[in-house]
Write a protein that binds this ligand. Structure first.
Ligand code: PBG
Length: 334
């Protein structure tokens, strides 16, 4: 029975666990592990890297600067990267994503060449960066409205995953919230002898305004409409997130992600409790990053403490694996 061993005041004084810094440290069970953090990186062809105005400190990287960056990350003790590619050309069906010589396959090879197995190289599987309309798949008109054609998109999603696998990615991470995407990718990978390549599913991904700065970074804002037809409704019953996770696990997902992080810690915690033993990740997204940066630049908050407290909260809620734009800085702070 919980707490039955507490004698009560004055025999019990919980302050005793807090007064001395050493005792405080020994009482901690939540730990931050930069070797389980993943830094999202944006890569683009070009002569020079381009700073991302809404994400201070981050750039759309040329392959040359990307190579330098992954080496620095390895030295900083960060565990992995998530690659987002900005293609040279976009079209209605995102064909750039299927190009074996595209920016992402080249970045994967560059990372593996630079740091080998010292860094987990994950690729984002989605089409919003590759389509001229900015939606996450092939569009179809139905009843006067445009929507992402789920089943048609499944085929190209599987193909894109295969392209990344062939380039040498350690893991693929589909983020499009297309029903059946995990199963389609698993099947394609298995049929092509990639039975051991794991999939991290953006399983519970909400239609969030916190993705704003990312869409500047990845040049992936939808040209019309929004993503509410496929990403989760923030006001949906939380159990819907559990259904998403259960479906993805049945289709073969190896790791599960909840996204965004801080506004959805309740979801994270429920997933953790409902699916013990499944490696759980949280994506501390661009808007969460930029809000902290903006407030820190204004001198309103202590950036370092706010960031570490945020990462602690995410770990405490159940995700030791954290995708965060603070990965490099925070690893240095620890
Ligand atoms: C692509 C994708 C998005 C993010 C990750 N993958 C944008 C979106 O869904 O609109 C957002 C990440 C962030 O905000 O940091 N579908």
């Amino acid at each position: 029975m919980p707490f039955s061993f507490d004698a009560g005041f004055p025999t019990t004084r919980l302050r005793r666990l807090r007064q001395h810094p050493l005792v405080r440290r020994f009482s901690q069970t939540v730990t931050l592990s930069p070797d389980k953090w993943i830094l999202p990186l944006f890569v683009k062809d070009g002569a020079e890297s381009v700073p991302i105005a809404s994400m201070p400190g981050h750039r759309q990287l040329t392959l040359t600067d990307f190579r330098t960056e992954v080496k620095e990350l390895k030295d900083a003790g960060v565990g992995g990267i998530m690659i987002f590619g900005i293609p040279n050309a976009k079209d209605a069906v995102g064909s750039g994503a299927m190009n074996e010589e595209g920016i992402v396959p080249r970045a994967v090879k560059t990372a593996k060449d630079a740091v080998g197995d010292d860094l987990l190289v994950v690729t984002d599987i989605c089409f919003c960066e590759y389509t001229d309309h900015g939606h996450c798949g092939i569009l179809k008109e139905r009843g006067g409205r445009w929507e992402v054609d789920n089943d048609e998109t499944l085929e190209i999603v599987a193909f894109q995953a295969l392209v990344h696998a062939r380039a040498g990615a350690d893991m693929v991470a589909p983020s499009g919230m297309i029903d059946g995407m995990i199963g389609a990718i698993r099947k394609a990978l298995d049929e092509n002898d990639y039975t051991d390549l794991p999939i991290m599913s953006y399983a519970a991904k909400y239609a969030s305004a916190f993705y704003g700065p990312f869409r500047d970074a990845a040049e992936s804002a939808p040209k019309f409409g929004d993503r509410r037809g496929y990403q989760m409704d923030p006001a949906a019953d939380p159990a819907q997130a559990l259904r998403e996770v259960a479906l993805d696990l049945r289709e073969g997902a190896d790791m599960i992600m909840v996204k965004p992080a801080l506004p959805y810690l309740d979801i994270l915690s429920q997933v953790k409790q409902t699916f013990p033993g499944v490696p759980l990740a949280a994506y501390h997204v661009s808007g969460e990053f930029s809000m902290i940066k903006a407030a820190a630049a204004a001198g309103w908050i202590d950036e370092k403490r706010i960031v570490l407290e945020s990462l602690n909260s995410i770990a405490r809620a159940g995700a030791p694996i954290i995708l965060t734009y603070f990965a490099k800085e925070a690893a240095a702070w620890l």
